[in-house]
Design a protein around this ligand. Structure first.
Ligand code: AMP
Ligand code: ZN
Length: 112
């Protein structure tokens, strides 16, 4: 499958890996938008948040647990933002579900 993040998970494209387990893979964003900016993706190819169902939604809870652990380890304290963009209008550029984790600076709301 011609998917950038599937290739990163498979090690076919290099990444700055932060964490990996059987279900998910976390790596630093190549174009960081905050002092801490990493992505967490399911290893299973799910194209986006619009494809989450009762059958596959367990990965979302798992990923949020991983995010809580990683943000603690990275010293983000309790201040971070988790974002998933779905569809081009929302700014999704890679068609594999991913959660951005941003921290280390004050983050404005609402986003643009
Ligand atoms: P989105 O625009 O929400 O789909 O997010 C895709 C993210 O993937 C962007 O923040 C990109 O900077 C990031 N990205 C694209 N290619 C790579 C790569 N090879 N390694 C790490 N991050 C990447
Ligand atoms: Zn994929």
């Amino acid at each position: 499958m011609d998917c950038l993040f599937c290739k990163i998970i498979a090690g076919e494209i290099p990444s700055n890996k932060l964490y990996e387990d059987q279900q998910c893979y976390a790596f630093y964003d190549i174009d960081p938008q905050a002092p801490v900016h990493f992505l967490v993706v399911p290893k299973a190819h799910i194209t986006g948040a619009n494809q989450i169902t009762d059958e596959n939604s367990g990965i979302v809870g798992h990923i949020f647990g991983v995010i809580a652990k990683l943000t603690k380890e990275l010293g983000c304290g309790d201040d971070f933002r988790v974002v998933t963009n779905c569809g081009p209008m929302a700014g999704q550029t890679v068609g594999h579900l991913h959660f951005h984790v941003l921290a280390g600076r004050s983050l404005a709301w609402p986003p643009g």
